[in-house]
Write a protein that binds this ligand. Structure first.
Ligand code: 3PG
Ligand code: MG
Length: 415
């Protein structure tokens, strides 16, 4: 199933930007601690676009949000520290503006020269950003000649700086946006088969739509984390003291029925690592899935399950991964996740597997395993990645293709 005709999205390829004011919407929603950027990954990922534009003589104006300030200014959500970090990373001055619209910004930007970079203050200091307000979008659009969206990780938001604005001026996908669309979009919508999705996480309730959609288009879905307990419970397995959601038994049965109908295999654990509590240094043991003690909880998949997953992965051509298999944050409950990450990394290195991962926890796990670089593609997106996995169109990607779609109903962020 294709959600969008990607060929209608314009790219920077061959675009003449010399002397033009280019608005670059980046997602520089990065962690800031004590006034400093604590993780610059998202800044680094947008550098190729900024640098390419500078080298081609553009006047680059960077737009972003940070946090959820809900229309109010606050020191913790200022982009000033991000601007300082960007300056350090591009090795050239970045002119920071205290606001993103208004006469001072308009006038100040007029002195930009070819190759210069400016960064505007947090878009979400204006309510019009999250309400997708056309007038706010017009004020932003008036600041530039060309719009470049490089904020894939915000593409699930129908907000003014990623949706409305794209209908107001010549709009292009940046290099990161195109890389994300190519890698993530292809893996979901047109994968080399067989394709396996690993979906982990604590609760079925947060990923129902993802599971329902993947059950119709993947060849194999591996259910990991606490979600697997709900699936097991629905099959009559006693999961002891484990986290599970009894209210979602019907949902899980629906997903299983959909999977069966479309020939998708759902892989659940056959053995488990269990402990009395989730704490460092706690005693643990391995047991068969049908022998989980009533006073113990599942914290990872067991060695037989992991061996089986590794074998099955070796027969796949594409892997999509979101969410860990177990409680990987505490030793030794990350063993399953790390072992599978190593296997995916190895197969990718050998050119046998296209591996695409997204989501904060997943990336942390891949980094812990030291295989993030081996993966074919690691997305910068969390929410947007999940929305695409759920089969929904991303408003900002649709806007780049000159289409309007309703924002995802359940996930629209309150302004
Ligand atoms: C993210 O970090 O997921 C994006 O920047 C979107 O942020 P939001 O969830 O506040 O819209
Ligand atoms: Mg988020």
């Amino acid at each position: 199933m294709k959600t969008i005709d990607f060929s209608s999205i314009k790219t920077l390829n061959g675009l003449d930007v010399k002397g033009k004011r280019v608005l670059v919407r980046a997602d520089l929603n990065v962690p800031v601690e004590n006034g400093e950027v604590a993780d610059a990954t998202r800044i680094n990922r947008v550098l190729p676009t900024i640098n390419a534009l500078r080298e081609n003589g553009a006047k680059v104006i960077v737009l972003s949000h940070l946090g959820r300030p809900k229309g109010e200014r606050s020191p913790e959500t200022s982009l000033r520290p991000v601007s300082a970090k960007l300056e350090e990373l591009i090795g050239a001055p970045v002119r920071f503006f205290d606001d993103c619209v208004g006469p001072e910004v308009r006038e100040g930007l007029q002195s930009l020269e070819e190759g210069d970079v400016a960064m505007l203050e947090n878009l979400r200091y204006h309510k019009g950003e999250t309400t997708n307000d056309m007038n706010f979008a017009k004020e932003l659009a008036a600041l530039g000649d060309i719009y470049v969206d490089d904020a894939f990780s915000s593409a699930h938001r129908a907000h003014a700086s990623v949706e409305a604005i794209a209908h107001l001026m010549p709009s292009y996908a940046g290099l990161l946006m195109m890389a994300e669309i190519d890698a993530v979009g292809r893996a979901i919508e047109d994968p080399k088969r067989p394709v396996m999705a690993i979906v982990g996480g604590a609760k079925v309730s947060t990923k129902i739509d993802v599971l329902s959609n993947l059950a119709t288009c993947m060849d194999v879905v591996v259910v990991g984390g606490g979600m697997a307990n709900t699936f097991l419970h629905a099959q009559g397995v006693n999961v002891g003291n484990s986290l599970y959601e009894p209210d979602f038994v019907d949902t899980v049965r629906d997903v299983a029925a959909k999977a069966k109908e479309s020939g998708c295999e759902i892989l659940l654990p056959v053995d488990e690592v269990v402990a009395v509590e989730f704490a460092p240094g706690t005693e643990w043991k391995v047991c068969d899935v049908n022998a989980i003690p009533s006073d113990m909880m599942v914290l990872d998949q067991g060695p037989k399950s992991i061996e089986r997953l590794k074998e099955r992965l070796a027969g796949m051509k594409t892997l999509l991964w979101n969410g860990p298999l177990g409680a990987f944050e505490i030793e030794p409950f990350g063993k399953g996740t790390l072992a599978l990450a190593h296997q995916a990394g190895k197969l990718s290195r050998e050119g046998k597997l296209i591996s695409v991962a997204g989501g904060g926890d997943t990336i942390r796990a891949l980094n812990m395993a030291g295989v993030a670089d081996d993966f074919t593609y690691v997305s910068t997106a969390g929410g947007a990645f999940l929305e695409w996995l759920a089969g929904r169109q991303l408003p900002a990607v649709a806007a780049l293709a000159s289409r309007r779609v309703a924002p995802p109903p359940s996930k629209t962020m309150a302004a």
